[in-house]
Design a protein around this ligand. Sequence first.
Ligand code: HEC
Ligand code: HEC
Ligand code: HEC
Ligand code: HEC
Ligand code: HEC
Ligand code: HEC
Ligand code: HEC
Ligand code: HEC
Ligand code: HEC
Ligand code: HEC
Length: 321
Amino acid sequence: MHTDRPVTQWFKGAVPRKQPGLRVFLMVLLGAGVLSATALAAAQQGAKAPDAPATPPGHAEFVGSDTCATCHAEVAKSFATNPHTKMALMHGNANGVTCENCHGAGSEHVAGGGDVTKIFDPAKASVKDVDTKCLSCHAGAHPNFDRSPHAKANVGCTSCHSIHGSKEEALLKASQPTLCFQCHADQKAQFGMPFHHPVNEGTVKCSDCHDVHGTFQNSNLKSTADQSMICTKCHTDVRGPFVYEHAPVKAEGCLACHSPHGSQNARMLNMPNVNVLCNQCHSAVASGTIHGQGQGSSDSVPCTSCHTYIHGSNMNAAFLR
Ligand code: HEC
Ligand code: HEC
Ligand code: HEC
Ligand code: HEC
Ligand code: HEC
Ligand code: HEC
Ligand code: HEC
Ligand code: HEC
Ligand code: HEC
Ligand code: HEC
């Protein structure tokens, strides 16, 4: 009976009831400990290296990479520099199961002189089966893949990665953005617009803003506590906090006024005329007496010629110079 006593029970008992502050403190401490331990393990491992797989009875057995190399010399040779060779290294090179971790136990394939029906060939398997195989080790770093728009559209690991054929970083089939533009023609057009994030120029990558392996956000956007952090990690000057915040920057976010990929308009604004953009929300104020001679209209001077610090200001409540 006592052996079943949950940890939380012990926890409640150990902490005096009327000190919620202390309890919170201890929970934070405990949480931080667990987190940093997990983070450490993750940092050390990256992906989960498997134990030597147990051979199922009555089936093919593991023969080791050296045996594969006798017939697949080219593949084996180039694999020496593959990141996956780390797996073997982590196991002191003892198991030699590298090839078979992805291709399955190979004794029957070998006995059959290379019987292709007796080996798992990802090129011929279903997308789902291949993804499952890859995720058996990579689910730790990519836990949201199954819910991603890519997985749902049957775009799998080997649509973007090539295990044996890649010369790019992260074993990609082609580098970004070329890889992405093969399927995303609309976005290619957006990054070709007169004002755009310098993705083609190589300064910014799609993966600075997106995690194609899936997130909890729309459009595979990288998850952050504060969504505009995706933008303000680079544009630190607009991050604030300001004494006088411009409400929509925090409330609606950057996309209330900017297009994220590219635009026909300077500063990647959503509209060609700044005043029209502002008057979506301010028409009543801007055409009011405070502005005098019709400053609120679309053909008067731009609002931002006076309201310069449009993202927020520490000096002036109306973001004036
Ligand atoms: C006795 C020689 C031999 C050995 C040893 C051998 N293979 Fe093969 N393997 C072949 C031949 C022959 C083919 C067919 C090649 C072809 O059709 O182009 C083949 C094909 C394959 C294929 C592609 C299957 C397909 O559908 O086309 C994979 C994957 C493969 N081998 C993996 C392995 C692995 C992993 C090992 C080690 C466990 C291994 N092979 C050991 C001879 C061998
Ligand atoms: C991390 C998983 C993984 C490991 C480890 C791996 N392969 Fe592969 N292999 C694949 C995938 C995926 C394909 C399908 C083609 C592709 O996507 O590159 C493939 C294809 C093949 C083929 C078919 C011919 C070809 O080039 O398309 C052969 C043969 C092969 N692998 C042999 C090996 C051998 C030998 C080893 C060990 C030295 C090995 N593989 C290790 C994933 C792996
Ligand atoms: C739509 C294309 C695409 C698909 C599908 C995809 N990847 Fe990736 N992968 C990338 C790109 C781009 C990078 C490099 C940028 C980054 O890390 O996001 C990458 C990086 C990685 C990395 C190295 C860095 C890291 O984050 O750990 C691993 C491991 C990886 N992918 C595994 C997988 C696995 C496993 C799958 C299938 C479950 C998969 N990928 C599906 C495009 C893709
Ligand atoms: C048996 C476990 C295992 C399997 C199965 C596996 N991987 Fe890996 N993968 C690893 C390990 C270990 C590394 C190297 C450590 C690291 O960088 O995370 C790695 C590294 C990678 C990288 C990063 C390369 C880099 O340059 O950083 C990519 C991409 C990747 N794997 C994709 C795949 C894909 C796609 C599949 C399925 C075809 C797959 N892996 C299957 C264990 C595995
Ligand atoms: C500066 C950050 C950033 C970069 C770089 C970026 N994106 Fe996006 N992307 C976004 C945001 C933000 C959205 C969401 C737009 C919305 O909700 O209206 C988005 C949306 C998307 C969508 C969904 C459809 C759409 O257009 O709204 C696709 C597909 C997409 N991006 C692909 C790409 C590709 C491919 C690249 C690289 C060539 C890329 N993105 C680079 C921020 C970025
Ligand atoms: C093999 C084709 C293919 C490749 C390569 C590819 N994608 Fe996709 N992507 C798709 C499909 C199909 C969808 C789901 C349908 C859609 O929303 O367009 C999708 C969805 C997305 C979405 C979510 C769109 C939304 O509306 O929610 C983003 C963001 C995205 N891809 C970014 C990228 C980036 C960045 C790359 C390059 C690293 C890339 N994709 C590579 C085919 C691909
Ligand atoms: C990886 C870093 C990075 C991220 C993330 C990023 N940007 Fe940028 N942004 C840049 C770079 C680099 C430029 C080009 C600056 C230049 O040409 O002087 C730029 C340019 C811009 C411009 C035009 C500036 C000008 O002077 O014309 C706007 C507006 C902008 N980004 C808004 C955003 C928004 C909104 C987001 C979030 C969706 C975002 N940025 C995310 C790096 C980034
Ligand atoms: C209420 C509309 C609005 C919102 C919301 C907004 N911006 Fe802007 N932003 C503008 C306008 C207007 C300009 C052009 C100012 C000019 O031309 O003087 C601008 C200019 C910029 C520039 C060019 C350099 C500069 O500082 O003038 C960058 C970078 C930028 N914005 C990033 C962002 C980011 C990142 C966010 C989200 C945190 C954001 N903006 C939210 C309206 C907005
Ligand atoms: C998406 C809606 C939206 C857009 C677009 C927008 N604003 Fe605002 N703005 C607001 C809101 C909401 C407030 C806060 C109003 C309040 O506190 O009463 C505000 C506050 C202001 C203030 C300070 C008002 C005060 O009471 O001190 C100024 C000045 C201002 N905006 C100018 C602009 C200019 C110039 C533009 C165009 C570059 C613009 N805004 C675009 C929503 C918007
Ligand atoms: C010639 C300079 C100038 C131009 C152009 C201008 N404003 Fe103003 N605006 C001001 C001044 C000055 C104030 C008063 C600031 C104060 O109360 O301290 C003000 C106040 C505001 C306020 C706050 C009003 C309130 O009731 O507190 C808003 C909102 C605003 N402007 C929006 C706009 C918009 C939108 C445009 C463009 C359509 C625009 N302004 C163009 C100078 C300008």
